[in-house]
Ligand binder design. Sequence first.
Ligand code: TYM
Length: 332
Amino acid sequence: MGSEKKVILTGMQPTGLLHLGNFLGAAYNWQKVLDGYTCYFFIPNQHAITIPQVPANLRNGTLNCVAQYIACGLDPERCTIFVQSHIVGHTELAWVLGCLTPLGQLYRMHQFKDKSAKNENIYSGLLYYPVLMAADILLYNADFVPTGEDQRQHVELARDLAEKFNGTYSETFTLPTPLIEGAGARIMSLKSPEHKMSKSDSDSNGTIYITDEPKMIRKKIATAITDSGDSIRIDPERPGIANLLNIYCAATGITLADGEEKFRTYTTYAHFKKEVAEAIIALLEPVQEKYRAIKDDKAYLQSVIQRGAETVQPIAHATIAKVYRKVGFLNQ
Ligand code: TYM
């Protein structure tokens, strides 16, 4: 008997420690949906190699990513955690979907444009990346895909491809909807607030990692770029302050309007920044405690992804069998 619950699927690349953008834009919201949906959280290690990786780091990073997921509140008893490369259906479906994807649509993807501008050697995998992402989503017929704002265009492509496949062959895929949460959806660098916070920021003080010690968090927030004004409100002309206010609101779960009201009477940024730092520290404390407790327990982490692969493999098989039949591939 099929589950009545809607399906959620999402993932983060295993390319190092998660930062506050990954946390507030994504992982922090994921644990809120565990009980209402059938949840699949996976580790897109095949996406990671679109940029050169050191193999040993990628291997360790994958297991470490499992530890970070669990530390962020993903209870493996209430959701499925698995690794992309363990399920061959992702690349099988990506090939079929790629044959329905106009090349021009891939060249227009923002992330491809950004990454290809920053890297000297561009490989076709980087261009094909959104097709693989569409396959990740459609393979499990996900209804919702929770991500930060930067992934919206990719989820929209997945939806377009689902529609195209259904229209070309017959009703097959669920059309996925992006789930993008308010204040945390686009956390910016503390040092250059016109760019999103990222693992590759050239100034490490621009990024807060989920394992940063309280002292480090206080320092990074105290030295965050602001401006010469003194009012604390959302103003596109003052991206540094807007970013800190966003972070505060996302970390404490209040609306931006309530945040502006709370700090309306503050006359210096220093006092405001202290409150932002303390809110982040309080939010990350339980995450750090859990992370320390499990990060070296490799046997446990392996058992989680082994169980995850066993859960999703039959679903992936069934989708691929259906897709292959519809496109006209002969049975073995
Ligand atoms: P990745 O690994 O770059 O980022 C993981 C999640 O963190 C969010 N995020 C942010 N949110 C707010 N502010 C920021 N500064 C910030 N930086 C990152 C991202 O939006 C994302 O939700 N392509 C995806 C991984 C992926 C995937 C998928 C996701 C592969 N297949 C299928 C969902 C469904 C990526 O590279 O995310």
